[in-house]
Structure formats: structure tokens, C-alpha cells
Ligand binder design. Structure first.
Ligand code: UTP
Length: 283
């Protein structure tokens, strides 16, 4: 389940008429990286929770007849093949609407009828993970061992910007959790491990979200319902091997673009030379 109904106010004006999730990170929309991560982990069906002005996302994952025709007429068959290869089987993506951006918890709840009574993954599309194997693949492996609910975490110097976990005990990279807090004051943070935007949750979360009151920032927070679910179900955090790029603000977006350009198989070296030249120009 990918929530894409937010306004992306931290990257305005870029997001005034383009969904944040469609902004290119080097050569493809941010959301493409997250869908690829889901597919690599064996996810079979993707549910997008969208809102008004987000139709570009649905169009991106659909066939583009006019474009394909025009490319064919010009003999650009390799580009047509590339577009074809990116298409998912018909019926394997669903789109539901969140009628107002009431918070991440509310967005997840909006997917309840499509997901039904099964464990599912939530992936925040503005958090891009550079990891091999992919972050969600590592999580699925850990989930197959411990079950219950599992979230990905990573150390941070700025816990005040994120949800942070309270660990109970640790076994290698797997941490049994005692609790979590949303955006703690820096000196009150229970750990330096932030919740990096990948979750595997049990369907019982939907009942809790149904009655969840607004929390931090006046939004219905997923963290608040997870904290309640933790009272009855096992909850683990996985300190996954890799690095999270938060594209939700302007500098984070720049950092992600640079990192993904530098590690691109085809363009990495050229990107490095271009960036070095740009820095030298600046003096
Ligand atoms: P963010 O808080 O990072 O996104 O939510 P935002 O609200 O779009 O950004 P700002 O704070 O205004 O800059 C993480 C993800 O959850 C989605 C967002 O689209 C984003 O991908 N989201 C958030 C929803 O789908 N619905 C909501 O009510 C809130």
C-alpha cells in the first residue's frame, strides 16, 4: 500500500500541479523506485491511496497509446519495448481515494476494503532506500522468521524530525520494540533509530485506525495506532542494511537525486564528472 495523497508542501512550488511522488529522482519518478522495491520483494498487488490532482500517477502506470504509436512510426522500437516492460499485469494495481489529507493513518485506513484480512506492507513513496537486497526484501526475510508487525529503522542524527522507536531487546539487526514516539525532542528521544518508511502490518491495525483520534500536527497518525497494536501483538524493528533518502524536503530531494545519479550504471561516471565541474565552477 503506497499512500500518495499528501500535498507535498515542503517542496512547493514544484508540487503545485505535479504530485511529489512523480518528481524525477535522476531519470525516473520517485514512485518508480518504490514500486520496483515492492516487486523485488515479491509483492503481487499494489494499492495506491491517491487524492485530487494525482491522476498523473495513474497515467504513469497505464499504457500510453499515443506515445507508443508515435514511437513505433518513428522506428524507436527499443523505447516502445522499454515502456512495455514497465507495464504491470492488468488488474494488479488498485487506486482508492483519500478525500482529504487527514494524515498517514487515515490514508492507510482508506485501503482497508482492498487489502482485506491479510498482512500487508506500507511503503512511503518519498522515502527511497538504497539497499541490496532491497529494504522490503530484507524485511520479508525477517518477517518470515518473526511474524507479527515489522518496521524498518535506521540510525539518524535528527530524531526530532521522525518517528523513533523505544527498543526493548536486540538480536543482531532485529530489535524487539517497547514503544515509539512521533517527532520527540532531541534530548528526549528514546533511541536514535528512526522509522524509515517501510512497514509490514497485520490487518488488525484497521480496527484501531477506525477509532484513531488526530495526534501530532492535528493528523491521524499511523504511529499512534501502531503503539496501540503493540499492546496485543508482537512488534519488531529491523535495522536494515542500506541507506534511506528522505525526498520530502528540498535538500533531501537534491541528496537523493545526486546519490541515485552517482550510482546509476549507465550515467554514474558522467554524473560524477558533471557534479565535480559544477562545484569547481562555483569555486
Ligand atoms: P508526508 O507528510 O511526508 O507527505 O507523508 P506530505 O503531507 O505530502 O508532505 P508535506 O509535509 O506537506 O511536505 C508521507 C506520505 O504519506 C502520504 C504523502 O503523499 C506521502 O507520500 N500522505 C500523507 C497521504 O497519502 N495522506 C495524508 O493524509 C498524509
Amino acid at each position: 500500500m503506497l499512500p500518495v495523497a499528501g500535498f507535498g508542501t515542503r517542496v512547493l512550488p514544484a508540487t503545485k500541479s505535479i504530485p511529489k511522488e512523480m518528481l524525477p529522482v535522476f531519470d525516473r519518478p520517485a514512485i518508480q523506485y518504490v514500486v520496483d522495491e515492492a516487486l523485488a520483494a515479491g509483492i503481487e498487488h499494489i494499492v495506491f491511496v491517491t487524492g485530487r490532482n494525482k491522476s498523473a500517477i495513474e497515467d504513469y502506470f497505464d499504457r500510453a497509446y499515443e506515445l507508443e504509436d508515435s514511437l513505433r512510426l518513428k522506428g524507436k522500437t527499443s523505447l516502445v519495448a522499454e515502456l512495455e516492460a514497465g507495464l504491470r499485469p492488468a488488474g494488479s494495481m488498485s487506486f482508492v481515494r483519500q478525500q482529504g489529507a487527514l494524515g498517514l493513518g487515515h490514508a492507510v485506513w482508506c485501503a482497508r476494503d482492498v487489502i482485506g484480512d491479510e498482512p500487508f506492507a506500507v511503503m512511503l513513496p518519498d522515502m527511497l532506500m538504497m539497499a541490496q537486497p532491497s529494504c522490503l526484501t530484507q524485511m520479508v526475510e525477517a518477517y518470515n522468521e518473526v511474524g507479527g508487525n515489522l518496521i524498518a529503522v535506521e540510525p539518524t542524527d535528527t530524531p526530532e524530525l521522525y518517528g523513533v522507536i523505544t527498543p526493548e531487546s536486540r538480536d543482531g539487526r532485529l530489535i524487539k520494540m517497547k514503544g515509539m514516539v512521533e517527532k520527540p525532542k532531541r534530548d528526549e528521544a528514546p533511541s536514535n533509530l528512526f522509522i524509515s518508511g517501510r512497514y509490514i502490518l497485520q490487518p488488525e491495525i484497521f480496527d484501531l485506525l477506525a477509532s484513531q483520534q488526530a495526534g501530532a500536527g492535528g493528523e491521524i497518525q499511523l504511529t499512534d495506532s501502531m503503539a496501540r497494536l503493540m499492546q496485543t501483538q508482537a512488534f519488531h524493528a529491523l535495522e536494515y542494511v542500506g541507506r534511506t533518502y528522505d525526498c520530502g524536503d528540498k535538500i533531501g530531494y537534491l541528496r537523493a537525486t545526486v546519490a541515485f545519479a552517482l550510482t546509476n550504471d549507465e550515467f554514474g561516471e558522467k554524473a560524477a564528472a558533471t557534479l565535480r565541474a559544477a562545484l569547481a565552477d562555483k569555486g
